[in-house]
Unconditional design. Sequence first.
Length: 181
Amino acid sequence: MAAQVGSSEAFTRLIEAEAPAALRLCRAILRSEAEAQDATQEAWIRAWRDLPTLRAPGAWPAWFRRITVRAAIDRGRRRAVREVSAERLLGEAVAPVDDASAGVGARDEMRRAFAGLSTDDRAVLALRFYADLEVPDVATALGIPLGTAKSRLHRALARLERAILESRSGTAAGASPREVI
């Protein structure tokens, strides 16, 4: 691969192919456009620095996705995002609505609960439901064993569900994680 031997033009082509997906993934994890852009740029720098260590050039997309996720998680940790209770985020419980807009409220409720999760929880959920990766691919992207990925996904979904349930007072079931992320 030409980029591995220092061709900046070849590296630019690789990055241009992956940049939109990397930015979307960082946005989903960090929930901030500015933070996502910074994390994506950090991923590019790490990829350029570490490219000579890539053993299988065909693994570039998965390798770069893993670097991107790590950069987003590291960025989220650095800005010291703390979990916020669903009650504080939502205030008063949302009353049930019997019209077509009821789904909008449910999605908003889930978005708020998702935003209150830790960066690590948002990362595993974003990879599974936003990037539509299967659990083995989530494990690869995070650089963790398959069993760990399964347990992290299970715990993140439980925390999301708990945050939503704590915020509800008789509202109808709502949006799926894919609609939120």
